[in-house]
Design a binder for this molecule. Structure first.
Ligand SMILES: Nc1ncnc2c1ncn2[C@@H]1O[C@H](COP(=O)(O)OP(=O)(O)OP(=O)(O)O)[C@@H](O)[C@H]1O
Ligand SMILES: [Mg+2]
Length: 558
């Protein structure tokens, strides 16, 4: 039988609403720290015990509250941050609902102490769920301290569903880091079970704070960017695909300083990285700033989601900003001007004087000449496959085949008109299989674009009269290899780029080919002139970089 409709008693209502705002200890940390930020604090300290289940304490030195404000702050819909609904669009603060403190209070033992700068005494209130346990004036420093004990003590289901202490603390740490990243003028400190866990002194620079955080993880390079598009600004810090991780926890998206989950922006980032991720997750921090009228922050009880008005513009701005940054020429590693790869000349000569027996004592000129011969200049090829080059900050290794593939692919894709063929002195006859012949027939104009000149001879036999400018040699096997590779692929819409990719792969110099200095020189120049020098058309890296810093660490100098 259907039950009667009743209005739920206040106590149950509060708990249900609280459940929406306070999902887990990390949500409490987020709300409390956001309040401290809104109160213009310059110092925020957070203490956690047992993953927040036992204790969460946030101490700030912000504006503080009068005794009556402190009391009011625990009531529902009590906020100092908006007064009419449209204020939400002009919002400069994190809070606006007047929901956080009453929700937290409903499911915990809460104590709040606060003192305004010009008052002599502070004020303390202790509550347990709905009930007030204590209320009294209290000596205190300027600012506010909120302490939450026994979270969910009166919601056994929630308490039971808390994950392990480590997992809950991981969530807390992530929230803490997110807030510290965007509020860089504030000094943030986090303690876990009495032990200092994170400390972020004030910092002007986003990438400085981000690398503070990543330092230990050995990320090679962080690239900063900042672009404006009308009233919208997209800025941030990213790491290259070579530093991509198996987990997603080094990804942060902020919209108007609010830490959010946003699939649109995330997708734009992943697309900008393209194939080079190999199923891994890039490290990025993205800050989108736009007028309040362009974004709705009031779509989710925890404020973790936002809705954009112009989704396409957002997508494109993020995509372009990241793509440009990843491929920007300014971000390329600078090859060092120093000619000697191994070590500096002065140092070399010094060594020679010290140990004359190891080197001949011939005159300086001869020594100089010998030194030049024995010390490779600029580039050095290992196993006829990898090229070493010193950079300003260390050295890099380039995979010659992958690099050449990228150069050829780029040449094909960036052509403004069909590539000019080199006509063969002795045209090549090739007998095709029926499948190969059909594929070629169907795509002949694409091969023409790339620089091939092919005629049908008779039946399935063709004559190749011209080849693209980058093809050094052509033989029957190569033609079969390219066509077969194309036939085996499940073809999508982009047949042209697939053909380009296969041709690039098949005609690029192979591993095992010895290269002259001049050839390596050209390879580097052409590679860095491509749209994406860091990966081959299949998405594999073309180069790996090492910093002097890493070497020093490996040799335990640091
Ligand atoms: N650390 C603090 N320092 C000074 N004032 C505070 C602090 N925490 C809370 N307050 C005051 O208490 C009010 C209620 O806080 P609460 O977090 O419940 O709501 P809110 O921040 O206004 O909105 P939201 O529910 O969106 O967070 C705030 O508007 C603010 O005036
Ligand atoms: Mg708040």
């Amino acid at each position: 039988m259907a039950k009667k409709i009743i209005i739920l008693p206040k106590e149950i209502r509060e708990k249900i609403r609280a459940g929406e705002v306070v999902e887990r200890p990390a949500s409490v940390v987020k709300e409390l720290i956001e309040n401290s930020i809104d109160a213009e604090s310059s110092r925020i300290v957070c203490e956690i015990e047992q993953g927040g289940a036992k204790k969460i304490k946030v101490v700030d030195n912000g504006t503080g509250m009068t005794p009556s404000e402190t009391e009011l702050s625990l009531e529902r819909y009590a906020t100092s941050k908006i007064s009419v609904f449209d204020d939400i669009m002009r919002l400069q603060t994190f809070g606006f609902r007047g929901e956080a403190l009453p929700s937290i209070r409903a499911v915990s033992e809460l104590s709040i102490e606060s003192k305004k700068q010009n008052s002599e005494m502070g004020f303390l209130i202790k509550t347990e769920g709905d009930g007030i346990v204590e209320k009294k004036p209290q000596a205190k420093m300027n600012g506010t301290t909120v302490e939450i004990k026994r979270l969910f003590f009166n919601v056994p289901v929630r308490r039971k569903f808390l994950k392990s202490e480590t997992t809950e603390f991981r969530h807390i740490r992530r929230v803490f880091i997110a807030l510290a990243l965007v509020n860089r003028k504030i000094h943030f400190t986090l303690f876990n079970n009495g032990v200092l866990n994170l400390d972020f002194p004030p910092s002007k620079d986003l990438s400085e704070r981000f690398s503070n955080l990543l330092g230990v993880k050995g990320v090679q390079t962080l690239l900063s960017f900042s672009r404006s598009n009308g009233a919208m600004r997209v800025q941030g810090v990213i790491a290259r695909s070579e530093d991509a991780q198996s987990r997603r926890d080094m990804q942060y998206i902020f919209v108007n300083r609010r830490w959010v989950q946003n699939n649109l922006a995330r997708k734009a980032v992943y697309q900008a990285y393209g194939k080079s991720l190999w199923g891994k997750h890039p490290i990025f921090l993205l800050e989108i700033t736009l007028p309040g009228t362009e974004v709705d922050v009031n779509v989710h009880p925890t404020k973790r989601e936002v809705k954009f008005r112009h989704t396409r513009e957002i997508f494109e701005s993020v995509f372009t900003a990241i793509k440009d940054t990843l491929t920007s020429k300014e971000q390329l590693p600078e090859l060092s001007k120093e000619k000697n790869f191994a070590f500096k000349e002065e140092r070399a000569q010094f060594l020679m004087r010290e140990e004359p027996t190891l080197f001949s004592t011939d005159n300086d000129e001869k020594i100089q000449r010998r030194m030049e011969r024995s010390m490779p200049k600029g580039f050095w090829q290992l196993h006829r496959s990898y090229i070493f080059a010193s950079t300003k900050t260390g050295f890099m290794i380039v995979d010659q085949h992958a690099a050449h593939e990228r150069i050829i692919f780029d040449r094909i894709m960036r052509r403004k008109e069909p590539l000019p063929p080199q006509m063969l002195l002795f045209p090549l006859n090739v007998d095709l299989t029926i499948q190969e012949s059909e594929f070629l027939e169907a795509n002949i104009e694409k091969f023409y674009e790339i620089g091939f000149r092919i005629k049908r001879f008779s039946g399935n036999t063709i004559v190749i009269e011209g080849v693209p400018p980058f093809v050094k040699e052509i033989e029957e096997d190569l033609v079969h290899e390219i066509l077969q590779a194309m036939i085996e692929q499940k073809r999508g819409k982009e047949v042209f780029s697939e053909i380009a990719r296969e041709i690039a792969c098949k005609v690029a110099i192979k591993a095992g080919k010895e290269l002259e200095q001049e050839e390596m020189n050209k390879l580097f120049d052409s590679l860095f002139a491509t749209d994406d020098p860091y990966s081959c058309p299949h998405g594999r890296p073309t180069m790996i970089k090492f910093t002097a810093d890493e070497l020093e660490k490996r040799f335990r100098r640091k």
